[in-house]
Design a protein. Structure first.
Ligand code: NPG
Length: 377
């Protein structure tokens, strides 16, 4: 269902942007590379109703998508923030429309929109979850595990996360690190909820290999082919018994509708950053729900800001599969919020405080900041 009751308008007085470097507890390897530090941009909207916080989930390099930190920084300060400040007073629902003339840069738009939304909801004393249409007070928590040294090391890693209580395991795969890794996990742990993520590492020529995954009864295979391969994904989906789920390809509600019409996916991963914001994310949720397509919330190694918002989004009724909404300590020893997400009985709680429902730890924020810029009206 669309947002039941719109948020208040706020007068925008300025935006502070910071680049943060957060060390990861262990290296995170995907088919596109290894990260040891999460580089992220934190947004603070300065408004007449108080501050609001958002997060731009671009990484240091354009490897997952075309967006990356320095590009995001430039487009935000040169075009997007000035456009918002020029408009002055607005409801959060108008942010996307003000930014629509600027092509792409969805992660930047999402971070700016979240900051304005947080400020507006805090000023009204409303929680983001309630605003978005959350139906649950906690959500099952899945964990995403990077490619390890070898299958034995992967089994050890999975063992540790299962012991912590994670409700679902996702492993990263790439050509040459797929069948044996998946077989090792399935053999070691039996019928656990298991899925794989290829991050676009294959082509249709790999269909025979990917079909070998069918014997492992996976929940899904995520984004096997390139971002713009909707037709090839449809061809592959007809060939596989494992459900195909799209991540990188789903950049908007329109892209989701196209993918469903073509039969490119039977499950969709929703990430607010990738689609341009939490409101577009709700629109995708709604259209998938109407079509009977399960969705789940993806993760981008968010700080406590995005992690809180993702928990709220994941509590919408169409999120019927566990998301990559893990505890903060899955990635970080120290977060930038005072109450980082924790795992309780395999679940993460949906914050109930005003706005995103978590408070910033100003000392941690300063400690991780490597660049900072403020634009005011
Ligand atoms: O739990 O936040 C998390 C990480 C989930 O695997 C995860 N994210 O491809 O979905 C992905 C991957 C990712 C992370 C992609 C960071 C890009 C940047």
């Amino acid at each position: 269902m669309p947002i039941a009751s719109p948020a208040a308008s706020v007068a925008l007085e300025g935006f502070e942007l910071r680049v943060l470097h957060l060390p990861l507890v262990s290296p995170f390897t995907t088919s596109f590379g290894t990260e040891t530090v999460r580089e992220v941009i934190v947004v603070r909207a300065l408004t007449d109703g108080g501050d609001g916080w958002g997060e731009i989930v671009t990484g240091a390099s354009p490897l997952y998508s075309s967006e990356y930190t320095q590009g995001a920084w430039d487009v935000a300060l040169r075009f997007l923030v000035p456009a918002l400040l020029e408009r002055g007073t607005m409801a959060p629902e108008a942010v996307a429309e003000v930014l629509a003339p600027f092509v792409g840069h969805r992660m930047v738009k999402a971070g700016l929109e979240l900051a304005v939304l947080d400020a507006a909801l805090r000023s009204e004393g409303r929680a983001l979850g309630e605003y978005l249409g959350s139906m649950r007070d906690r959500v099952p928590s899945g964990v995403s595990i990077g490619i390890q040294r070898d299958p034995a090391a992967l089994v050890d890693a999975v063992d540790g996360y299962l012991a912590e209580g994670y409700a679902r395991i996702k492993i990263k795969i790439k050509p040459g690190r797929d069948i044996a890794d998946t077989a090792a996990v399935r053999e070691a742990f039996g019928t656990i909820a298991l899925q794989v993520d290829a991050n676009s590492a294959y082509t249709l020529a790999d269909a025979d290999t990917l079909a070998e995954l069918d014997r492992f009864d996976l929940l899904l295979i995520e984004q096997p082919l390139q971002e713009d391969d909707l037709v090839d994904h449809a061809t592959l989906a007809r060939r596989l018994r494992t459900p195909v789920c799209l991540d990188e390809s789903i950049v908007s509600a329109k892209a989701a509708a196209d993918a469903l019409a073509l039969g490119s996916a039977s499950i969709i991963n929703i990430k607010a950053g990738r689609v341009g914001g939490y409101l577009e994310a709700v629109a995708i949720h709604d259209l998938c729900r109407d079509a009977g397509i399960p969705v789940w919330c993806g993760g981008m190694l968010e700080t406590g800001i995005g992690r809180a918002a993702n928990a709220a989004l994941s509590a919408l009724p169409g999120f019927t599969l566990p998301g990559d909404v893990s505890a903060s300590n899955r990635f970080y020893t120290r977060d930038i919020v005072t109450e980082p997400a924790i795992l309780e009985d395999g679940h993460v709680r949906v914050p109930t405080g005003h706005g995103i429902g978590v408070e910033i730890d100003p000392v941690a924020l300063d400690d991780f900041t490597v660049a900072r810029e403020t634009l005011t009206r």
